[in-house]
Design a protein around this ligand. Structure first.
Ligand SMILES: Cc1cc2nc3c(=O)[nH]c(=O)nc-3n(C[C@H](O)[C@H](O)[C@H](O)COP(=O)(O)OP(=O)(O)OC[C@H]3O[C@@H](n4cnc5c(N)ncnc54)[C@H](O)[C@@H]3O)c2cc1C
Length: 414
């Protein structure tokens, strides 16, 4: 077994690092500096759009897609390296999880030639944003219970219902919307996926505020929204196959979480080396050394699982069991690192910049906000890492069935 990257792959990693050094502001913190501002999401959105264009100019959006749709036909490992470097730096503009995996890859797999020509090249040019419209108030883990109706009337689908937790939908242009097209069929068999222009008449959105204060997702209401029949993705009532494929394409989400938290762990280690308490560097405290070492092991294990998932895909094996392990470990390790950070910083970890403005840190007023208030932010923002993209409880259930061949769990009583 060879864990090394080839010379070409290492050269590509170097190229990505140099690009990020050049294009990100020198003091880029890897999380949005305006997190706690009222208009924070507008700002992130603008920075993200700019970076998206720069990534597109490098040909790095849709890297593995065919050239005729604007891709580079690059091997999967190259995309993994790109995603590792981007997430380590917390750089915006490349949404592997939602944009590339959840939307682009399923169009590539299930779209008609016309749909591929229409939707993929603008994605690779960085001209559009996409959202994913699966979850509803009564359909999250049990996604097959979704109720948003799409009724075929002549050449149009008419959509009525509600989606929720739609990441960045209020900033997006399009979304694959998972709809019920046959209410009589067994629930998994009556679902279709329809590509919707999110500026269509009849769509209204209500942003939802996360515990970090960021309005990053929203509820989306569909009131007689008219969508051309040609926007159907895949087969009518064949949407469940697309659900499975979309979740499969998001399989390395855990690797991104881990690379992102690795940076925080590295910063925490640096902080412990540089900070002295009662005349002794924190880095000499046996308890702190042990806890940091423990986290480093977990980060490394999760990263290796991420590599294994990619290797399984490349060698034509099913990555489902490993991807579930990665999802669980990745999400939980981010929370453990954040908790450790808060413990090491003590009460100072709870402080953020005065006025909540990260980009105007005041040296005098904000001196007690250790690590710039980063751990406080992490502590709050990592909570969702064990929920988004399917909860870790449900992933554990999947592992019990698929990995350990245990019988399926009993159905919940109504
Ligand atoms: C940051 C974030 C971004 C998101 N972005 C999007 C998006 O862009 N688009 C989108 O469509 N959705 C999005 N979601 C929604 C996400 O997919 C759902 O939250 C997730 O699938 C869980 O569904 P739920 O919230 O309805 O929880 P529920 O399914 O109601 O679960 C509630 C609790 O019960 C547990 N539970 C449920 N069933 C079982 C079971 N069988 N065994 C054991 N425990 C169980 C769950 O683990 C959980 O703890 C996002 C969520 C988050 C947190």
């Amino acid at each position: 077994m060879d864990f090394r990257f080839t010379e070409e792959e290492e050269a590509f990693r170097k190229e990505v690092r140099e690009f990020l050094d050049r294009e990100l502001p020198p003091d880029w913190p890897g999380i949005d500096p305006d997190q706690y501002h009222e208009d924070a999401f507008d700002h992130i959105h603008e920075v993200s759009r700019e970076m998206q264009k720069k990534l597109a100019a490098k040909g790095w959006l849709g890297l593995t897609w065919p050239k005729r749709y604007g891709g580079q036909e690059a091997p999967l490992y190259k995309q993994m390296i790109l995603e590792e470097e981007i997430t380590y730096r917390g750089a915006p503009g490349y949404d592997a999880y939602q944009f590339i995996g959840g939307c682009g890859d399923i169009i590539l797999e299930f779209g008609t030639e016309e749909q591929k020509q229409k939707y993929l090249p603008p994605m690779t040019r960085g001209e559009v944003k996409w959202a994913t419209a699966m979850s509803e108030p009564n359909a999250g883990s049990d996604l097959a219970s979704l109720q948003l109706r799409a009724d075929l009337q002549g050449d149009y689908f008419i959509l009525n219902g509600q989606k929720t937790w739609q990441s960045a939908a209020h900033r997006a242009d399009f979304a694959p919307v998972y709809c019920r097209t046959d209410p009589e069929a067994y629930k998994h068999r009556g679902i279709s996926v329809i590509i919707v222009d999110l500026k269509s008449p009849g769509i209204t959105m209500r942003p939802l505020e996360m515990m970090t204060g960021l309005k990053a997702f929203c509820e989306v209401f569909y009131d007689n929204v008219k969508v051309p029949r040609e926007n159907l993705l895949g087969e009518l009532n064949g949407g469940w196959a697309i659900v499975m494929a979309a979740l499969g394409h998001e399989r390395t989400y855990g690797l991104q979480l881990i690379l992102n938290i690795k940076r925080d762990l590295d910063l925490l280690v640096k902080y412990c080396k540089e900070t002295t308490v009662n005349g002794e560097p924190l880095a000499k405290d046996p308890l702190i050394r042990n806890r940091l070492a423990d986290m480093a092991i977990q980060v490394d294990v999760a990263r290796t699982l991420g590599y294994k998932v990619n290797w399984q895909v490349l060698t034509g094996q099913s990555p489902v069991v490993t991807a579930n392990q990665l999802k669980i470990l990745g999400g939980e390790v981010t929370q453990r690192v954040a908790r450790l950070g808060m413990q090491i910083l003590g009460l100072y970890g709870q402080l953020g910049p005065v006025g909540g403005n990260w980009r105007q840190m005041d040296e005098t007023k904000d001196k007690w906000a250790r690590l710039g208030g980063r751990m406080k932010h992490l502590y709050l923002s990592t909570v969702c890492n064990t929920i988004a993209g399917g909860t870790t409880e449900v992933a554990r259930n999947g592992l019990a069935t698929m990995g350990l061949q245990l019988p399926r769990e009993p159905k919940a009583k109504k």
